[in-house]
Design a binder for this molecule. Structure first.
Ligand code: BDR
Ligand code: CA
Length: 337
């Protein structure tokens, strides 16, 4: 069976790091390249962190990293926008930053690996246009600036993709704001460009990722695998459990944390990891007020005029997801001896 061809767009970031490592070590996909974007941290840090993970996985000569956009498309230019005072979302200014979820540098050695010279969106366009139509899946794990820019520059880009799987959105409750999930909030106009593009999109929102949590016991199980990568992931998971404990009493009591981006990658490779989803019309609130960046699902049944533009995941198969994640780390350890 041929492996699915993937492009990963990331803002590394602790859960991005886990997804990246699983994509590289799992060997389930042909990873064409990684693109980085401003998001959890400013671009130079998300790029450096990405390169550190690539180095840890020993993939420096196989997986190129292309730095992308430093700023959201327009949101920081709008004086009415909640983001106008914050040209680049700073770690200390975002909710994840306040709870210590993404430190400037991942706890990994500095790397000599260098990013590619070509800009992320330009490389994405060249790669997708040169490939057989509808053969590449784009897995977007950060704000959608790079992807939206590619769609605007090359109008054929969207229709040449097989599909987009993105971590983002929230129906029940946001994380960055009461209404909005971080990746969509960080560049809402970019997300709306994707949702209007016609490309098949699956959104893996907080509604799904919060149910696909990992526990402290699982952190120990991962640590016990003993490879540098497994130890690193166990440490990230523990840090996330500590971070979530400060913001969510229920997660504090259970000592658990989600690894949002890893679930989105898992779905791209194993759609059965999502048990329940809806085909729906979804748009992003761009009004600049309290709901700015919210993903609004149209649930009016027969009254909906538009065709569904995305599949919105609602419930994961948590056991499948955890077994998949831990299984990759175990197999990688066995392979290395
Ligand atoms: C998303 O925002 C980021 O902080 C994470 O990396 C994830 O992609 C969760 O809302
Ligand atoms: Ca991310």
């Amino acid at each position: 069976m041929t492996k699915p061809k993937l492009i990963l767009d990331v803002d590394t970031g602790s859960d991005d790091a886990v997804a990246l490592a699983l994509a590289m070590l799992g060997g389930e996909a042909e990873l064409l390249g990684i693109t980085t974007v401003n998001g959890n941290l400013e671009l130079k840090l998300t790029t450096d962190n990405t390169l550190r993970v690539v180095d840890l996985c020993g993939m420096g000569d196989r997986v190129p990293v292309y730095p992308g956009c430093e700023y959201p498309l327009v949101s920081t230019l709008n004086p009415r926008s909640a983001q106008s005072m914050r040209p680049i979302p700073k770690r200390e200014g975002t909710s994840a930053g306040k709870f210590g979820m993404h430190s400037d540098h991942l706890p990994l050695p500095a790397t000599d690996l260098a990013p590619q010279k070509q800009a992320a969106s330009v490389w994405m366009i060249e790669t997708v246009m040169a490939a057989q139509p509808q053969t590449i899946t784009l897995v977007a794990l950060g704000p959608l600036t790079n992807v939206a820019a590619a769609m605007r520059v090359q109008p054929q880009f969207a229709q040449r993709l097989r599909r987009i799987v993105l971590m983002g959105g929230a129906d029940e409750t946001g994380n960055e704001t009461a209404a909005a999930e971080f990746n969509i909030w960080a560049d809402p106009e970019a997300a709306e460009i994707l949702l209007q593009s016609g490309v098949p999109i699956t959104m893996i929102p907080l509604d799904a990722t919060h149910q696909a949590f990992l526990s402290e016991e699982q952190a120990e199980q991962i640590d016990a695998i003993g490879t540098p990568l497994a130890r690193f992931i166990a440490q990230l998971l523990r840090d996330r459990i500590a971070g979530y404990a400060k913001r969510d009493p229920e997660m504090a009591a259970k000592k658990i944390a989600p690894l949002h981006d890893a679930l989105a990658l898992c779905y791209a490779l194993h759609p059965e990891c999502i048990r329940r989803s809806v085909e729906t019309v979804c748009h992003v609130d761009l009004g600049g007020g309290a709901a700015y960046g919210r993903t609004v699902l149209d649930r009016r049944a027969n009254m909906v005029q538009e065709k569904p533009n995305c599949t919105f995941a609602l419930e994961p198969d948590r056991e499948f997801f955890c077994d998949w994640l831990i299984g990759i780390l175990q197999k990688a350890a066995e392979k290395n001896g």
